[in-house]
Design a protein around this ligand. Sequence first.
Ligand code: SAM
Length: 294
Amino acid sequence: MDQSHGICDYEGTSYRARFWDGQGREYEDLAERIALRKLLPARGRRIIEIGAGFGRLVDLYAGYDQVILLDYAKSGLREAQGRLGRSERYIYIAADLYHLPLAPRVCDTAVTVRVLHHVADVPAALRGIAEILRPGGAYVLEYANKRNLKAIVRHALRRQDWSPFAPEPYEFARLNFDFHPTWMAQALQGAGFTVDAGRAVSHFRHPALKRLIPARVLAGVDGSIQRVGAAWKLTPSIFLRTHVSGAEPAAEQGLFRCPSCGSLDLMRATEGLCCRGCGRTWPIDDGIYDFKDL
Ligand SMILES: C[S@@+](CC[C@H](N)C(=O)[O-])C[C@H]1O[C@@H](n2cnc3c(N)ncnc32)[C@H](O)[C@@H]1O
């Protein structure tokens, strides 16, 4: 397996139980939903969430005919599958986002929330995402903002040695990065994306505030200032809606591309998807397309 970029592996980590359920993050969840609802194109044929985890946000994709949930951790996808079931509407793919196993231009919309902070090579990841979007297709993303108010204050008080104003990503723990808004804007532009709208999210991510004020109230106020807050971007989390340019529509082709040889010629067999280009067979494990073993 090519892991030259490093992968933050969530396999078997019970992310939902450890991070969300009863962990005091209702406010963050609600505030993120407000931002996503505002930025997502409401309808489309096919949406892909990359790094979808257990499918926390999937109910926001109701206007799409088909929903692809892609994640490196099969355990998260299995949880999503247990809740959402098996149908033509949901496609579960276990794969590395640096090697998306999808044909060019097959998705209308792509989403990454709480994922880019695990990505060491953002430009490479963005190039891959741009490739699978149809011309004009939307990419809605969230990133962790290094130039947030708390980091600025801590830096000013000399409680933090790294500068929130330096453009390069800051790795605060292994494979956990905060990004400067200008750096991210340039990376997006370099991959062919144009930013259309933004929202600054989680203005009130503070334990005392979260204890004192009900999550719904706090998230409602957050939602009402997310758009204006995007002008100065001082929150720990930033959401953007972008679109990818290009005029060439998708050719008549299947959904998948072999992540090993790049062939679009994959044939369904009983044991999985067989690539006619390199002869690899990609297993389908109980309803999950498995492209992990590169
Ligand atoms: C913090 S969780 C966020 C899950 C979901 N987006 C949410 O907001 O609830 C990060 C997810 O990104 C996935 N991930 C990290 N690196 C990845 C990679 N290289 N390829 C695919 N998924 C990856 C992890 O497995 C994990 O499920």
